[in-house]
Design a protein. Sequence first.
Length: 135
Amino acid sequence: MFKQIDYVMIGVSNMEQSVEFYKNILGMPLKYKTNEWTEFQTGATTLALHISKPRTASTPAQREIIAGTSTIGFNVTDLNKTYRDLKARNVRFVMEPKMREEEGIKLAVCLDPDGLEISISETVKQPMRAEAPVS
């Protein structure tokens, strides 16, 4: 029935600041923009920004995975270079590049202007499969 994700929506408190981050810092191609809704084309899936209430002290930035929440992730060909480039643009990282042998990736995590965690990974080898592939 469902075969692929069409779009991922992120709530943002300041559209201009978030468009600046995703377009000019992360380099995503802008597809459509209004004051309330912006879309970036990121391959088969559209990344959408929707104006939202800002985070408050009662809704802190997530530092652990909580049921009913999500984050986004991107794969790059050279994580160390991407990390250096983003650090030079003052992007905040909560995890520096780290090998994740069991997953076959090198992983870093940065924050968008509203504190959303963005995973950035580089595939270094095929991960071990937990079960046989479905035919």
